[in-house]
Design a protein around this ligand. Structure first.
Ligand code: S3P
Length: 449
């Protein structure tokens, strides 16, 4: 079952060479943050290129519930009339964040230092994910959480009436935890300081600076120390959301999987905190070229061209994990068609994503005839070479968009079709995936439920 309707099984069949240009949707992380910071500034924020995936639509609805006026002007153009820091309204109903961990965790941070109460829920995937990593630091500001089963959703958060600023070192590499603390810090008086020992995506820091917050980042080689002065007046912005490198990974890796392919993916965000996959692919020997390197909206971007060619398995170092955390599912599918084994270390955060992504990929790859090894923090895929993966299996997607898209890509290059039990979750981040891949030449078939 998908979170938003009946299951939609689908198969990927051996595909002819993929050719053409893939315009992938807007960045999911930046889209969530644009809506949230828009809601916290006074006046109108204009956003173009917003990702209109279900995750972001759920955040837009939540911002309305907290008092912002969010308007869809069509064609990816949106506006948000914000209420300002410290002026959030109390929602009249439960906030349903659907499948989105980023949505619910950032929104909990946003409201934790306001004297209001809200109850959050989500789909079966989100209700199974840990929220203590967010509610623990929010308690330091003075907020109180009442969650199910040790802090899972549904969860009621009572915001602090008299918040205090916080100094917090994130215990795991998580941009969601860092961002929740920073957003909470916005409405606490004085200075909130967040330290991370591994750099994670820095869109919140960049965007807070863009909205006029007093924020500094100091890097000493061991850690990043982020200092935020509370209770600023945020100034509304005009934001052009760059295209999502995590979505781009699918047509790029599909081109590397399917013999004879040559695909251009324009305008890809290449923020170094997000671009680890491309370093890894290069090390595997991928034929990738970055054309037209430039800066847009404070983020580095380029047009990326991917051509099929032989790949070799490699060791992906643990210190790269945070910069490609969402790309391990598609990397592991690609690794199955490389020569030799690919070893992914330092990846235990994958176990608490929309699904346990190591387990979901391992079981699906095994069903397709691939040998894998795993422990809590490591995932190893034994490559079978181009055309070597048997396929002919049904893979469980577990309400996880990236698992669904990874197996659809793998199935384009297996000996027998690969079926997924439900394509529904793809709507959360890449609603045009099926059509876009079809336009490049992918052969997909809808199956009966
Ligand atoms: C995100 C952070 C990452 C990532 C998620 C988006 C964000 O999660 O997996 O898809 O926008 O902050 P973690 O912070 O849990 O690593």
């Amino acid at each position: 079952m998908s979170g938003h309707g009946p299951a939609r099984p689908m198969s990927a069949l051996a595909s002819p060479p993929l050719r053409g240009t893939a315009h992938v949707p807007g960045d999911k992380s930046i889209s969530h943050r644009s809506l949230i910071l828009g809601a916290l500034s006074v006046g109108e924020t204009r956003i173009s290129g917003l990702l209109e995936g279900q995750d972001v639509l759920d955040t837009a609805k939540a911002m309305q519930a907290f008092g912002a006026d969010v308007v869809n002007h069509g064609g990816g153009d949106w506006s948000v009339h914000g209420v300002g820091v410290g002026a959030l309204a109390e929602p009249e109903n439960v906030i349903d964040c659907g499948n989105s961990g980023t949505g619910v965790r950032l929104i909990m941070g946003m409201m934790a230092t306001s004297p209001i109460t809200a109850t959050f829920t989500g789909d079966a995937s989100l209700r199974s994910r840990p929220m203590g990593r967010i509610t623990d630091p929010l308690a330091l500001f003075g907020a109180t959480a009442h969650g199910r089963d040790g802090g899972r959703l549904p969860l009621t958060l009572v915001g602090a009436a008299n918040p205090v600023p916080v100094r917090y070192t994130t215990p795991m590499p998580s941009a969601q935890v860092k961002s929740a603390v920073l957003l909470a810090g916005l409405n606490a008086p004085g200075e909130t300081v967040v330290t991370e020992t591994e750099a994670t995506r820095d869109h919140t820091e960049r965007m807070l600076a863009g909205f006029g917050a007093d924020i500094t980042v100091e890097e000493d080689g061991q850690s990043r120390i982020i200092r935020l002065q509370g209770q600023p007046e945020l100034r509304p912005q005009t934001i052009a959301v760059p295209r999502d490198p995590s979505s781009a990974a699918f047509p790029v890796c599909a081109a590397l999987l399917v013999e004879g392919s040559d695909v251009l993916v324009p305008n890809i965000g290449l923020n170094p905190t997000r671009a680890g996959l491309y370093t890894t692919l290069k090390e595997m020997g991928a034929d990738l070229t970055f054309e037209n390197l430039r800066e847009e909206g404070g983020e580095p971007v380029a047009d990326l061209r991917a051509r099929f060619g032989p790949l070799k398995g490699i060791e992906v170092p643990p210190e790269r994990a945070a910069s490609m955390i969402d790309e391990y599912p598609i990397l592991s599918a690609l690794a199955a068609t490389a020569e030799g084994k690919t070893v992914m270390r330092g990846v235990k955060e994958l176990r608490v994503k929309e699904s346990d992504r190591i387990d979901a990929m391992a079981r699906g790859l095994e069903a397709c005839g691939v040998t894998v090894e795993e422990d809590e923090d490591t995932f190893i895929v034994h490559g079978m070479g181009p055309g070597g993966v048997p396929g002919g299996a049904t893979c469980e997607t577990r309400l996880d968009h990236r698992i669904a898209m990874s197996f659809m890509c793998l199935g384009m290059a297996t000996q027998k079709p690969v079926k997924i039990d439900d394509a529904g979750a793809i709507e959360t981040s890449f609603p045009i995936f099926i059509d876009l891949m079809g336009d490049l030449g992918a052969v997909f078939r809808r199956e009966n439920a």
